[in-house]
Design a protein around this ligand. Sequence first.
Ligand code: AHG
Ligand code: MN
Ligand code: MN
Length: 340
Amino acid sequence: MSIPTVSTSRPALRDIVTLQAHILQQQARYPGATGTFSWILSAVSICAKMIASQVRRARLEDVLGAAGAANVQGEQQQKLDVIANEILLRMLGGREGVAIVASEENEEPVILRRQDDGETRYCVLFDPLDGSSNLDICGSVGTIFSILRKREDSTRPEDSLLQPGLEQVAAGYVLYGSSTVMMLTIGNGVDMFVLDPAIGAFVRVAQGLRIPDTNKCYSLNEGNRLSLPEGYQRYLQWAQSNGYSSRYVGAMVGDVHRILLQGGVFMYPPTKKAPKGKLRLMYEANPMAMLIEQAGGKALVAPGERILEVQPEGIHQRCCVVLGSSAEVDAVMAQVAAAT
Ligand code: AHG
Ligand code: MN
Ligand code: MN
């Protein structure tokens, strides 16, 4: 009997590009760049490694379970929500180029630097741990981040945060799954990195990633079906009559990652319980919409209305989210438009 063999090919050493090298390569494309922005991305990458190491020690250390408090949205905070939030606040707070940070877990944004000395500074918004209810079952969780340039014309520093997603300078997420993966866009496509635990560095594994135009797969919490607006119920009926599959991780990072790689559509429409939608515009919908659009897909709140064009009114505002392969988003919106 012959034993099947698995062929493993490794990139030649000279072909390995770490996230740090990638950031420096990108910086070199902007001759006037001071490195401030690169330094912020490097802080995000260190946070990702620190959070990954905590997530991977779940049950070995006392990091699971409720922290005992509710966050600003009235949701139970998990211990790891608090740990991840502290890591990001502490690391980003130490970077001179960061003016403001805003987190899902903090009611108010944290103003770090108010001085107006002509230096370009940035606002970083994040969901420290997305899908944290998956922690207890060793399911996928992640960190989502969005970076905006601080506006010099705003009277209150916090007004700098309320810019539409189109103004994002960079966005991405880190998925703590069977491996730790970072997806990043700085506005010129989407690049993918995997954390190599042997060397402690994120290594670039794909550049200019493109989302497949179509895939007969939808992703939503189907338990909400009867409380969805009519158009979404019609879509589900249509999809199920047309051979679609359903996949739902219950953590936006996990679902969006699958869709970026394999295509399909992810949605969280309004429900009776969450009439404006459940997901947060500033640190869930906007960064994911930027990644999806940069990969060639679509991200909408309603027929013809891009997530990235929504003018935010508050940092914790929620919105409807329909994103993924162009053809699949169109198929959802055709039913929504027909029902209105
Ligand atoms: P978070 O853990 O940051 O509060 O986010 C959870 C979000 C999102 O990740 C996921 O897509 C959605 O909530 C799941 O909601 P349901 O449990 O209502 O399906
Ligand atoms: Mn989340
Ligand atoms: Mn969260």
